[in-house]
Write a protein of this length. Structure first.
Ligand code: NFS
Ligand code: SF4
Length: 647
């Protein structure tokens, strides 16, 4: 296959070609080998939940329409969707739990290599959680904050504390529907229980729980992950970095950190700066130690330290095939097993570090928080020792300058300045129409579509039409590679209204907000837009939407569902939405659910059409708010506003 059909990124195209010439398979080749993929699976109509199965429903209506237990297509599709979401939630939240554990260990003085970095944010969080500040030390406060945070995952009573950040009408909607999330573990457990054979058989009831478990992620586990990471590693503020494989250095020891938890990558980054390590590197003839990231952990490092990003999900194998990587350290999530085979073809040493994620035949170095820096140094030493084993090296030239680090706090500061940090200027400019609305472009890169193409096309289309774009995850990296997170280049592409605002405020039109757990920054921003006033009383009234047209992981469904359950429109690609086998489930998620939660799913695979869809949604919200009517401004009282909100 033509590399251009596989990726829209030139560096990736080059490496795809080189891998093909070397006869080494990557995800695209394995997809080809798997094709055609099972049509039942695509539609979500197969079930292997119990041993009377596996069962499948004939989508053409000729074969069986129920499984052995009698489950119909609606139950099967809804159940599969719920399970996918629950798995995604468990991933984000288990990440959050690990962060909470390290956070607490740090506060207790047991994890000496980590320190509480952002005490201002710690104090804010303490206030929010009812922890006494007075004249207590940061560590004393952090112990209490850490304990409360950790309890959010498994507490036996009560609902998620972070959910109180949502606007009051939103919390009311959740309460009315009975979907205010309880402990994360409980919602995940209940998802598995409900979807086991012979339990929940009402697709709407199943999907309502899908909202609840997803909310336990967005307003629970993932939000805690973001908050605690900020306090522990520092809240991100804009800084320059570089993105794409051209960041690898021919004359240095290259280390890739891949995965998700900054617990690992922060320490490797620190170890690589160590004078002793640098001296060791010199001894083997290297000019230095170059750490770069792939996937979400890369976003974390770019956001906080300006450490370069070598690529997103589909780059992980390509990066190794440059022959320039001495060591790739992986922790959890989105680590392809295919890496083992690719690494074996080169000198690259692949090392797993999370006890819950090992790979057969691959060395495992356990990353204990009590000896984090020493472990990281051990890994860096291994990399240095491996430098001499390099064979042929080929590093593509492509790299783009990017600015990362747009935390919620930073956006607030940028918009309002140091002394009056506020979202007012954003709200005002949405109201006056210079900015039409806001879109979150998130998620993965899937070999089923040319890598990065949909994210970047959609982003370009939206900023052109004066929509401010916030990105996270692999979509951010896609935008980065193609120059869209380079403020100068992106400004050129922005519509006149958006451009004017961006130039005045000094912010780019595409804001890189971090990793996938950091999608919670988008939820917090939406709540702040509402709180700031003038754009409705609830998130569902604000002209905002989310999109991911290249989703891969179950985590993407979790994110999509918590956006929807928070009141937003979420657009995914049609091929990647495994619910189309049930008309009832599809109709509900694409339409009916809006009456319940104010948000809904939509499918569109063409990024330009997806932009049309998002714009249409944004303009409809603007119309409903009455901000599209020029001059004749109506002042809304509470009754008017209530009438506007969803019924
Ligand atoms: Ni998000 Fe990050 Fe990338 Fe997708 Fe995987 S790395 S958590 S799941 S593939 S964006
Ligand atoms: Fe088949 Fe029902 Fe068992 Fe699923 S739960 S495998 S539909 S018998």
């Amino acid at each position: 296959m033509d590399p251009k059909e596989r990726s829209s990124d030139k560096a990736a195209q080059e490496m795809i070609k080189r891998m093909a010439e070397a006869g080494i398979a990557n995800a695209w080749d394995r997809l080809e080998a798997q094709s055609p993929q099972c049509g039942f699976g695509k539609l979500g109509v197969c079930c292997r939940i119990c041993a009377m199965g596996p069962c499948r429903i004939d989508p053409f209506g000729e074969g069986p329409q129920v499984g052995v237990c009698g489950a119909d297509v609606d139950t099967i599709v809804a159940r599969n969707f719920l399970r996918a979401i629950a798995a995604g939630v468990s991933a984000h939240s288990d990440h959050g739990r690990t962060v909470a554990e390290v956070f607490l260990a740090t506060a207790n003085g047991e994890a000496k290599d980590y320190q509480i970095k952002d005490t201002i944010k710690l104090h804010k969080l303490a206030l929010e959680l009812g922890v006494e500040i007075k004249d207590r030390s940061a560590n004393e406060i952090a112990v209490d904050v850490g304990k409360i945070a950790l309890a959010e995952f498994g507490k036996s009573e009560g609902t998620q504390l972070m959910a109180r950040r949502a606007p009051a009408p939103r919390q009311e909607i959740w309460k009315k529907l009975g979907i205010t999330p309880r402990a994360v573990d409980r919602e995940v457990t209940e998802s598995l229980h409900r979807s086991t054979m012979g339990v929940d058989q009402d697709y709407k009831n199943i999907l309502t729980h899908a909202s609840r478990v997803a909310l336990a992620d967005g307003w629970g586990g993932a939000m805690l992950a973001t908050e605690l990471q900020d306090v522990l590693f520092g809240t991100p503020y804009p800084g320059r970095g570089e993105v794409n494989m051209g960041v690898l250095k021919e004359d240095q020891v290259n280390i890739i950190v891949h995965g998700h938890e900054p617990i690992l990558s922060e320490m490797i980054a620190a170890a690589s700066q160590d004078a002793e390590m640098l001296a060791e590197a010199k001894k083997v003839g290297a000019k230095g130690i170059n750490v770069a990231g792939t996937c979400c952990t890369a976003n974390e490092l770019l956001m906080r330290h300006g450490i370069p990003i070598a690529g997103n999900f589909l780059n992980q194998e390509l990066v190794i095939s440059t022959g320039a990587i001495e060591l790739m350290a992986v922790d959890v999530q989105c680590v392809m097993q295919g890496l083992t085979t690719v690494a074996n073809c080169y000198h690259t040493k692949l090392v797993t570090t999370a006890d819950k994620a090992k790979m057969p035949g691959i060395e495992h170095v356990s990353m204990e928080e009590t000896a984090a820096l020493d472990t990281a140094k051990e890994l860096v030493k291994t990399a240095i020792g491996n430098y001499k084993n390099r064979g042929e090296v080929y590093i593509p030239e492509e790299k783009e300058s990017a600015v990362g680090g747009f935390s919620f706090e930073c956006i607030n500061y940028m918009l309002g300045g140091r002394f009056r940090a506020s979202f007012r200027p954003l709200n005002d400019n949405i109201i006056n129409g210079r900015i039409r609305g806001v879109a979150g472009i998130v998620g993965c890169t899937n070999p089923k579509v040319p890598q990065d193409l949909t994210h970047t096309t959609l982003t370009r289309e939206l900023i052109k039409r004066d929509v401010l774009v916030l990105t996270t995850g692999c979509a951010t990296i896609a935008c980065g590679k193609l120059g869209l997170t380079n403020p100068a280049k992106a400004l050129e592409l922005a519509g006149p209204g958006l451009r004017e605002v961006c130039e005045t405020v000094g912010m780019p039109p595409v804001l890189t907000c971090g990793s996938c757990v950091d999608n919670t920054r988008l939820l917090v921003s939406c709540s702040e837009i509402v709180r700031e006033g003038g754009l409705g009383e609830d998130i569902s009234e604000v002209p905002v939407a989310g999109a991911c047209l290249e989703s891969v992981s179950e985590k993407a469904f979790a994110i999509g569902q918590y956006f929807v359950a928070s009141g937003l429109l979420v657009v995914f690609a049609k091929e990647i939405m495994p619910i189309l086998g049930s008309e009832n489930v599809s109709n509900y998620l694409f339409d009916g659910i809006e009456k319940d939660v104010g948000g809904r799913w939509a499918v569109e695979s063409d990024p330009v059409k997806a932009a049309d869809m998002i714009l249409e949604h944004i303009e409809a919200k603007r119309d409903a708010l009455g901000i599209n009517v020029e001059k004749e401004r109506k002042l809304y009282d509470m009754a008017d506003r209530r009438a506007l909100s969803i019924e």
